[in-house]
Write a protein that binds this ligand. Structure first.
Ligand code: FEO
Length: 404
């Protein structure tokens, strides 16, 4: 692998991580990339680094263009470990480089490294750096993804280096959206954007809307959006901006996800007639069994659909552990604008369905009550109740969807 040119003298020098499947607990079935960018100008500038175990790769990629010792400026848009843990290796090779970073970024970096010998310039929104033909404009984006985060806009070439925002956990042999669409598809790329947003950025929807509005107010022409993960948007960068605005505004498909787990298949047997009821109401439906599905995919499907039904058996009077794990993940992501119901089988006193509703209400989500509980396994009559439950839920989802 070697550097890939984005535009005149601006190169991707990152690393492809084909093998990562557990990204701090977030399952990444497609792997990921750690993108960083090198600008060959009068003053050579590197934007971001990569995860520590890929430092040799980015250094090799930099060397395919220039000697790392020539780096004069190192811009750190985000200090999370997947981007910042090669800084020490870069600074060993370019000890005279100045690091450009936000105030919170510097505070964080001081916790991860001995920074006493490094030169810093603290930057805030509106600050610029001229490096020859190119001018860099810094834009703080706190909580996108961490408090330290910022983006860097390359004025002359109209490229937005957006760090985590607009990225995807998607390892690929190609770097650009048009190339990816040719060898895979646009829907696969969109799916990766939704997956990433749902699992990482869902809690920050309001901030995202506000920050995109701020960027729009700056009247920046954007020819290309180059995130720190996945594919670079050069054909239609407005597409991913609009996707983010839509998701932050509560957009979802008029469809239902049934997310369930089961002990002796009683709850599982309930899913089929429920699904049929939903389908017969003209609403699309996807069934996801936890423990057979990565958590991040279940979260993505919950986020993609307007309505979700959570199916859980009662175990020792409470909900099934995998369902509790799912709801814990979901609560942390602070979902909005979704309607949820619950169902499940029980053997003695029940209780899991009630507990699911309590959890969902704590999240402030709309609920469809009453839920449906069935003793042991559904009889023929119970299956009819399941069908009606699915149908009623689909009607409610259709009504609720009109609000958006
Ligand atoms: Fe890709 Fe927030 O780090």
């Amino acid at each position: 692998m070697k550097a890939v040119e984005l535009k005149n003298g601006i190169y991707w020098v990152g690393a492809i991580d084909w093998a990562v499947r557990d990204f701090h607990g977030y399952v990444t079935p497609r792997g990921t990339t750690y993108n960083n960018y090198l600008i060959m100008d009068k003053e050579v500038t590197l934007l971001d680094t990569v995860k520590h175990n890929f430092s040799d790769i980015t250094i090799k990629n930099i060397r395919s263009v220039t000697e790392p010792s020539k780096i004069r400026h190192l811009v750190i848009n985000h200090i999370e470990n997947d981007h910042a843990t090669s800084i020490d290796k870069i600074m060993e090779l370019a000890p005279n480089a100045t690091i450009y970073i936000t105030e919170k970024g510097k505070k964080g970096l001081d916790r991860f490294f001995d920074t006493t010998k490094w030169k810093f310039r603290i930057v805030k929104t509106g600050d610029t750096l001229n490096i020859g033909k190119n001018t860099l404009l810094f834009i703080e984006t706190p909580m996108l993804h961490w408090p330290d985060s910022m983006m860097t806009y390359l004025k002359e070439e109209k490229i937005l280096i957006s760090q985590d925002a607009f990225g995807q956990h998607l390892a690929s042999a190609v770097r650009f959206d048009d190339e990816f669409i040719t060898c895979a598809s646009m829907s696969e790329l969109e799916n990766a954007v939704i997956d990433y947003y749902a699992n990482i950025l869902m809690p920050f929807g309001q901030l995202i809307k506000a920050k995109i509005a701020d960027i729009q107010k700056l009247n920046l022409e954007i020819d290309m959006i180059a995130p720190d993960h996945g594919i670079i948007w050069r054909t239609n960068p407005q597409k991913v901006l609009q996707m983010y605005l839509d998701m932050a505004g509560g957009k979802a498909d008029l469809s239902v996800s049934i997310i369930y787990d089961t002990m002796w298949h009683g709850t599982e047997q309930m899913t089929l007639p429920i699904m049929q009821g939903i389908k017969d109401e003209g609403v699309d439906c996807k069934v996801i069994k936890l423990r057979a599905t990565p958590m991040s995919i279940a979260i993505k499907e919950f986020w993609r659909t307007r309505g979700a039904l959570i199916g859980t058996p009662t175990l020792n009077n409470i909900m099934y552990p995998s369902i509790a794990e799912f709801l814990t993940h979901l609560r942390g992501l602070r979902p909005k604008n979704r309607i949820v119901g619950a169902f499940g089988s029980y053997g003695w006193g029940g209780g899991a369905v009630k507990e699911v509703y309590e959890e969902v209400k704590k999240m402030g989500l709309e609920t469809h009550e009453q839920g449906l509980q069935i003793l042991y396994k559904p009889s023929f009559e119970d299956e009819a109740k399941c069908y009606d439950f699915g149908r009623e839920f689909a009607k409610k989802v259709k009504e609720y969807h009109k609000n958006f």
